[in-house]
Design a protein around this ligand. Structure first.
Ligand SMILES: C[S@@+](CC[C@H](N)C(=O)[O-])C[C@H]1O[C@@H](n2cnc3c(N)ncnc32)[C@H](O)[C@@H]1O
Length: 298
C-alpha cells in the first residue's frame, strides 16, 4: 500500500499484469478515465472504459489523495477538487445514492464514475468502502495554500494543531474547520495532515480549507490564541476573525515553542477534577465560540 491508501501496482491481488488488465487500448489513443466512449454509448460492454480507468488509477495512485466512499467523493466534487479517476463496482447503486443524498453532485458523479469488477476494485483499494466507490484527487499545491494562509487581512481564523498524534482527531478537526469556513488547518510536528486516515476522517473536506504542515516559526500572521486549561476563560473573550487558534498535542499539550509565540492563553470552561477535553472537541467549542460571538459577522 502506498501513502494514499490506494494499492500500488506491486500490490495487485490476484490480477494479471497491468497490461493484461487494461487490454490493447483504443486505436485513436484516447485516454482519460472519465471520458465516455463510442462503445459504451452503443451499450456494448464497458471493457475498454474500465480498463482505461484501471490504468489511470495505477499510474496516479502514488502521490494522489484517495477519496474513500461516496461522502468523500461528494465533498471533493463540491469543493472543486481535481478528480482524474473514480471507480465503483455498481454505477446504478452509486447514482441512486447520489440522487438520494446529494442530487447537486449527481451529474458530476455520473460523469466521473467508471464501473469495474469487484475483484478489480479490491485490487485498487485496500479496504473497500461500504458505498463501493473510490476516487483519486490531485493534492492542491502547497504554494497556493501558503499564499492563502499568508494573505491579509484574513476574514476567518486558522486552526493550528501543535504536534497532534491522532489521525482521527486531525480528520475531525479538518471537517470542523471546513464547516466553520476557517481559512486553514496547520499542523506542526511529524503527522502528515494528508495521510489517508486523516482524509477519511475529514470526509473529503480537505479541499474546503487550506491544510498544510508548517513549523512554529512559519505560522501564518495574526494574533495567536493558544488553548490551555490554565488560560483566561474564553467566555469573556471575543476571538477576532484573523485569529490563529492553536491547540496542543493529545499527549503533552502545547509545546514550549508554541507557548512562546502565543499572544493569549485561553481556557474552555471545565469543572474541577476534569483534566482536559479531547483535542477535536476543544477545537469545536472554540470555533463555535468564535462564530457565536460575531465571528465573520456570524
Ligand atoms: C487532550 S488535550 C491535552 C492534554 C495534555 N495531557 C496536557 O497536558 O495538556 C489537547 C488540547 O486540547 C485543548 N484543551 C483541552 N481541554 C482544554 C481546556 N479545558 N481549555 C483549553 N484548552 C483545552 C488544549 O489545547 C490541549 O493542549
Amino acid at each position: 500500500m502506498n501513502e494514499t491508501g490506494a494499492r500500488t501496482p506491486d500490490e495487485e491481488i490476484g490480477a494479471g499484469t497491468p497490461d493484461e488488465e487494461i487490454g490493447a487500448g483504443t486505436p485513436d489513443g484516447r485516454s482519460g478515465a472519465g471520458a465516455q466512449d463510442d462503445e459504451r454509448a452503443a451499450g456494448a460492454p464497458d471493457v475498454s472504459h474500465g480498463a482505461r480507468a484501471v490504468r489511470a488509477w495505477r499510474q496516479l495512485a502514488e502521490g494522489s489523495v484517495l477519496l474513500d466512499g461516496f461522502h468523500a467523493l461528494k465533498h471533493a466534487v463540491r469543493f472543486q477538487a481535481r478528480i482524474p479517476v473514480a471507480v465503483t463496482t455498481d454505477r446504478r447503486a452509486a447514482l441512486a445514492l447520489a440522487d438520494e443524498l446529494a442530487p447537486d453532485v449527481r451529474e458530476a458523479v455520473d460523469a466521473l464514475l467508471v464501473e469495474v469488477p469487484e475483484a478489480t476494485f479490491a485490487s485498487l483499494v485496500v479496504r473497500p468502502h461500504p458505498t463501493a466507490m473510490a476516487a483519486l484527487a490531485v493534492r492542491p499545491s502547497r504554494a497556493a495554500h501558503l499564499e492563502t494562509l499568508a494573505r491579509t487581512p484574513r476574514t476567518t481564523p486558522v486552526v493550528v494543531l501543535d504536534n497532534p498524534r491522532n489521525l482521527g482527531n486531525a480528520g475531525a478537526v479538518i471537517r470542523l474547520a471546513a464547516g466553520f469556513g476557517a481559512t486553514g488547518v496547520v499542523t506542526t510536528g511529524t503527522l502528515d495532515p494528508w495521510h489517508p486516515t486523516v482524509v477519511r476522517g475529514g470526509a473529503g473536506l480537505h479541499f474546503a480549507t487550506a491544510v498544510e504542515r508548517l513549523t512554529v516559526d512559519e505560522l501564518p500572521p495574526g494574533p495567536l490564541f493558544a488553548l490551555d486549561p490554565e488560560g483566561e476563560d474564553i467566555r469573556g473573550l471575543k476571538l477576532p476573525d484573523d485569529a490563529v487558534l492553536a491547540f496542543g498535542s493529545e499527549r503533552s499539550g502545547l509545546s514550549p515553542e508554541l507557548r512562546a509565540r502565543a499572544d493569549h492563553l485561553v481556557s474552555l470552561p471545565m469543572r474541577p477534577q476534569v483534566s482536559s477535553y479531547n483535542l477535536a472537541t476543544s477545537v469545536a467549542m472554540t470555533l463555535f465560540h468564535w462564530s457565536a460571538t460575531g465571528g465573520a459577522s456570524a
